[in-house]
Design a protein around this ligand. Structure first.
Ligand code: CTP
Length: 475
């Protein structure tokens, strides 16, 4: 294969080729860029390897580009240049050996082939020459092109060595399989299973980067099944593994909540690319194992799993090093509310819908997506009936929202107004009055409108014995 024509279209390759030429350093573009070029996927990160000092090459390139800044990582012998939205990484070819207890490699200069051999997968171990004489020629010593065609993830070395060198690669294998819909070659997968324990030396931050890429892949259940089968999932996400399994008492079995969760995740992924909605799908039933009971008359129950799941969410986020910010609160809210629309389907009352709009606020559409995804019955008629009923609920939501605007509820009368009107000082009574007005709106006793709220306020004030200042009330 020859990529000359392609590389000639992008001036950066000529610039780097010439910089390598000036320094007498054979230079190559390697790794993910080459893989994605063959797969026709966009890739903004370019990795360059040269036979010599990557840092010197980067400095030459930066100079030739008109004096760009070079960031040097001395310990790793690498250098980086930012060029618009692209990142160019430079490194000298190396053969690497690793310490047992750490991912940090000990670096030694090597040949191109040694450098390719120490990379994670054959599809990531291809290089394209940038030297003037053979500009654009592919160097593919381990069958990377063949494995791209066969849709196969395989290590260039004995997989036990590749994974033991850098255990993060076990997560990467599954991540690439899930993103690209590839198989993992049998020996490679067996080595992941055998080395799963070694994930313990990898930081949670790096594990989660890979996990989030799996979650964002087209059919994330595929990656999760591989994580589960290989034993990796149990190493960092035991709560999810605990969803697996079916118990049977008196011939009554509950569904396998692990596979149900994965189906919900796939369903949500068909309608949304939002990472956090996908996380809500992963966590929506997370407290089912902890709340599971068997009742002789009704069978299996999971009472309160939505509230307990919401209480578990911050702890899981913290441990998995996911952000403890509004993203967590969004996921927590969806976990807590995920059963509410289903109960509305059974008995739709305006006040229940208003309450849900009030609690879900702007996340109500995301919540409805999750709830629709949660209908995973094998009975197609039942699924169709539920989804039709959800349509009804959503129609009602739109009507009620138009009328009462409770979605981002702003009290029609503020605490300050109440204080002024009755010459009160701030205190719990203000909150009580506001709560009573809010409740009346949500229950549909009055509309969310200033005049109706004011009339109700007067009645409440009378009841509470606050009307004693004629002058103020005339205002
Ligand atoms: N690599 C490796 N082992 C790792 C990480 C990276 O061997 N643990 C090598 C692979 O050759 C990889 C290259 O370094 O192609 C660049 O890695 P990275 O930028 O992390 O990933 P990409 O393969 O480019 O994929 P993506 O952009 O999807 O992350």
């Amino acid at each position: 294969m020859d990529f000359r024509a392609h590389l000639e279209k992008d001036s950066i390759f000529k610039t780097i080729s010439e910089a390598g030429g000036k320094l007498g350093l054979p230079t190559f573009v390697v790794g993910g860029y080459v893989r994605d070029l063959i797969l026709d996927r966009p890739n903004k990160d370019l990795d360059f390897v040269c036979l010599g000092s990557g840092i010197k090459l980067a400095q030459q390139v930066a100079k030739d580009l008109g004096g760009l800044q070079v960031t040097v990582f001395k310990t790793f012998g690498t250098a980086m240049i930012k060029l618009g939205d692209r990142e160019l990484e430079f490194v000298g070819a190396r053969k690497e050996s690793y310490r047992e207890d750490s991912r940090k490699p000990l670096v030694e200069d090597g040949t191109l082939e040694e450098d390719q051999l120490r990379r994670d997968f054959t599809i990531n171990a291809m290089a394209i020459r940038l030297e003037k004489e053979n500009f654009g020629a592919l160097v593919d010593p381990f069958g990377g092109v063949k494995h791209l065609e066969e849709k196969l993830i395989k290590t260039p070395l004995d997989p036990a060595i590749t994974f033991s060198d850098d255990p993060l690669r076990m997560m990467r294998a599954i991540r690439f399989a899930s993103q690209l819909n590839f198989d993992i070659e049998a020996d490679t997968f067996e080595a992941i299973t055998n080395n799963a324990d070694r994930l313990s030396i990898v930081s949670m931050e790096r594990i989660i980067v890979e996990l989030n890429k799996i979650i964002l892949s087209p059919v994330p259940s595929y990656g999760f099944k591989l994580l589960f089968q290989s034993g990796l999932l149990a190493k960092f996400f035991p709560e999810m593994v605990a969803l697996h399994g079916v118990e049977n008492v008196d011939n009554k079995a509950h569904k396998d909540n692990f596979f149900h969760t994965l189906q919900v995740l796939d369903n949500v992924s068909r309608v949304s690319d939002d990472l956090w909605l996908r996380w809500a799908a992963i966590l929506h039933d997370i407290a089912k194992p902890a709340t599971k009971r068997f009742d002789k008359s009704v069978g299996w129950t999971f009472h309160g799993h939505e509230d307990k799941g919401a209480r578990m969410t911050p702890g899981i986020f913290r441990r998995l090093k996911l952000p403890m910010n509004e993203k967590m609160l969004f996921v927590q809210k969806l976990v807590r509310l995920h059963l509410r629309p289903i109960s509305l389907v059974k008995e739709v009352s305006d006040s229940a819908i208003r309450r849900l709009l009030f609690e879900a606020g702007d996340d109500v559409e995301a919540l409805m997506k999750l709830c629709r995804a949660d209908i995973t019955s094998k009975n197609n008629d039942k699924v169709a009936r539920f989804l039709r009923n959800f349509d009804e609920v959503e129609k009602k939501m739109i009507d009620l929202e138009e009328r009462d605007k409770v979605r981002n509820f702003q009290p029609p009368i503020t605490g300050d107004e109440i204080i002024k009107l009755f010459q009160l000082s701030a205190g719990p009574i203000i909150g009580e009055i506001k709560e009573e007005i809010k409740e009346a709106i949500l229950e549909g006793v009055i509309r969310n409108d200033r005049q109706e709220a004011h009339e109700l306020l007067m009645k409440i004030a009378e009841k509470k014995g606050l009307i004693n200042n004629e002058v103020n009330l005339k205002k």
